[in-house]
Design a protein around this ligand. Sequence first.
Ligand SMILES: *Cc1c(COP(=O)(O)O)cnc(C)c1O
Length: 384
Amino acid sequence: MQERKYKFGTKAIHAGVEPDPATGAIMTPIYQTSTYVQEKVGQHKGYGYSRTLNPTRHALEKAIAELENAKYGACFGSGVAAIDALLKMLNPGDEVITTDDLYGGSYRIFTGVYAKYGIKFHFVSMNDLKNLSQTINKNTKLIWIETPTNPMMNIIDIEAVAKIAKKANIMLGVDNTFATPYLQSPMDLGADLVMHSATKYLGGHSDVVMGALVMNDQSIADEIYRIQNSSGGITGPMDSFLVLRGLKTLHLRMQRHCENGEKIARFLKGHPKVDKVYWPGFEDHPSHAIAKQQMRGFGGMISFSVKGNDLKEAHSIMERFKVFSLAESLGGVESLTCHPATMTHAAIPAKERQKVGIVDSLIRLSVGVEDAEDLINDLKQALV
Ligand SMILES: *Cc1c(COP(=O)(O)O)cnc(C)c1O
């Protein structure tokens, strides 16, 4: 299935998997095994020990790589474990430039874990790429971006960042969790690595925690596989099976996430209680033109602030929801709501938060695939 001639929906269903060679089972079995019997000393069928490689995980790694138009894939026990593996490619003294509006857990591993090993992190706004160019120096080894950003839905021009990175010989990693490969293909725009929290849209059913990295360059892949095997932050066969199953409907789910997202964004924009609505599909979103160019749809993630910017009011609106569930995470079939300032982004100091727009009344929605009318009615009764 490597051939690009297949379109996304076909790849989502067939990539990485083939009938089980032992039985013909059409679904990849859950190879719940730690080890593999060797025919002779050192002679096996490609699988020696399940930390190194497991057939269920292997099928998933190939599938995610193909969906991202990449050659190599590696899956980990969580999204942050995937980021952890990537950061282990760096050495003390190396510097990383990333966005100032970033998933809270990424900020936490950067500042709370790797900073003490002598890696320096710069957080800059990439709405203006001059900030990026000005921060690059001879120690810069990695540029790390998310687009759309979480939770402010800023859009970063991946192709423009890739050009800057290539010129300076810096590795570019893109967290593609929000957009998914259905809506955005960072490898085609010049990224060296794409990362996913497969916990979100790839798994799609809020039943698994997992991360993934994909890449094209063999030397990067060799290093990632060496780290995956050496540090051992792998994902198990059962979870691999669940995400393989999730991938088969990724295109169908994303179509509905996009449709529902648009209806809800437009409803919120016209609501008298709502102050600002952050969704890249609006013509007046500051980076709408870039979003249109690099994305094939605008997704189901929306943030909005409430007039008056009162924390208590935001909390009580969220507690009135009946269909939207109050929970961390995103990207599942069910609609979720979260309060970034006190939940996902609580790890970021208040001053930093306010600077990027994460005000006290900001509410984030992960719009699910329920009926849009029910979701809008839920918002109507909560926003009183
Ligand atoms: C959830 C998330 C992560 C971290 O993934 P986990 O699977 O929770 O470890 C990283 N980036 C983004 C954008 C996320 O939403």
